[in-house]
Every structure is written in C-alpha cells, then in structure tokens.
Ligand binder design. Sequence first.
Ligand SMILES: Nc1ncnc2c1ncn2[C@@H]1O[C@H](COP(=O)(O)OP(=O)(O)OP(=O)(O)O)[C@@H](O)[C@H]1O
Length: 232
Amino acid sequence: MSIEPAADIAIRARNVTLTLGTREAPTEILKGIDVDIARGSSVAILGPSGSGKSSLMAILSGLERASGGTVSVAGVAYDSLDEDGLALARRGRVGIVLQAFHLLPTMTALENVAVPLELAGAPDAFARAQAELEAVGLGHRLTHYPVQLSGGEQQRVAIARAVAGRPDILFADEPTGNLDGTTSGAIVELLFDRQRAAGATLLIITHDPALAQRCDRVLTMRDGLIVSDDAA
Ligand SMILES: Nc1ncnc2c1ncn2[C@@H]1O[C@H](COP(=O)(O)OP(=O)(O)OP(=O)(O)O)[C@@H](O)[C@H]1O
C-alpha cells in the first residue's frame, strides 16, 4: 500500500500500533493511530500520563520502531517494521527537544550544537552553531559546559541544536517540564519563534493547556488512541 502523502502533509500515520511486554503478556501501548499533520502547522498532544504520547512521538521521530502500521515523515515513507525505513527516518529532517535536555556533558554549548551538524556533513558547522546559539540568546555562553548552565539555558542549547539542522519537523516532548513558570514561558516563546524561523512543523507534547492553546491544533490521547482532534 502506498502511503506517499500530498506535499502539504508533513507526517502521515496509518494504523500505527505498539505492543510491548512479553508474548505471554503483551501490552498494547498504541492501538492503531491514524493522523495527518499539515506541513508548517503546530500541533499539541495532550492526554493523561501513560496514554501513549511519548511512545507515539518516539515512533514518528524515528527513535523507536512501531509494531505495525505505516508512517511517512518529512517526505520519507516507510513501513514501520522495516529497519531501512527507520534508518531513513533517522536521517530525515527532524529535530528533537526533550524534557531532560540530553546535552552531552563533556562538550561545551557550542560543541553540543556544532558536532551533530558536523556529523551530518555541514561544512560550516561551528559558524552555524554559533549563529543559532546567538539566536536563542546564548552568544555569551558558547564555551560553557552544561553543568555551568541553568535549566533554562540548557533547554535553549537543546532548542538551538534541534533547529540548527534546519529540520522540516520539530518534535518537543514536554520541553518545559523541568523548568520554572517564568523560564517556561520564555522557552515556549523561543520554540515557536525558532519554529517560524525554520518554517518547520512543530509537534509538542505538553500537560500545559495554555501551551496547547498556542498551537493550531490539539490532539488528545487516551489509552493508546487519539480520542479528540480540535483546532485550538
Ligand atoms: N519500554 C517499555 N516497556 C513496557 N512498557 C512501556 C515501555 N515504554 C512505555 N511503556 C508503557 O507505555 C505506556 C505509555 O507510555 P508513554 O510514555 O508513551 O505515555 P505518556 O502519555 O507519554 O505518559 P507521560 O505523560 O507520563 O510521559 C505507559 O503505560 C508505559 O508504562
């Protein structure tokens, strides 16, 4: 079955399932997700703890393999059971921001942004990384190590790293979960700002209704399914 989506669709999922646990005692985490995400849109995923939000994002961002179904991300259509497809998705044009920042502790802020660019073959990796860090207000923290940065500053580095590769799609899993209220607000503004600058599609998991209202569309998950789909 071809799932090649129209050019205005950034993400297409069809009957995506995830089953974990043992053969004797399988647990259905995702029970058949169907969704199309429009290119350039911002979409929030809400839902109670354990409803499958992070699992869905892990599959759509290429970090995890689905048990069944098909996915097309950033123009790469693949069968989610197919290793080659997964490798393609990983090389695809996606950026990821996670709650726990996930910076490499032995690298400076500049290196954390530049090294992935270099590994991706960008010729001007350090210059681009510096420009991205300046864009997130960290031009004065280039040589600082993560341990020397505040939580908000670390998340800014993570956002700079995610957008530096000029992704078609930006995934954010509770990007403000480890930050205080004031810092959260600033990080959210920054994320939307960088999304617009990159012209990227933004998929964001949040427990914050105010943040969800900032998005074009809100999906709510419950028990492994999308149970509501609203324009915000
Ligand atoms: N590797 C795993 N093995 C077994 N169960 C898992 C595994 N990863 C996740 N789960 C289970 O899958 C369910 C969905 O988890 P997931 O992290 O996707 O939910 P979530 O909606 O993102 O929750 P939260 O808001 O708490 O982050 C949970 O019940 C979780 O315990």
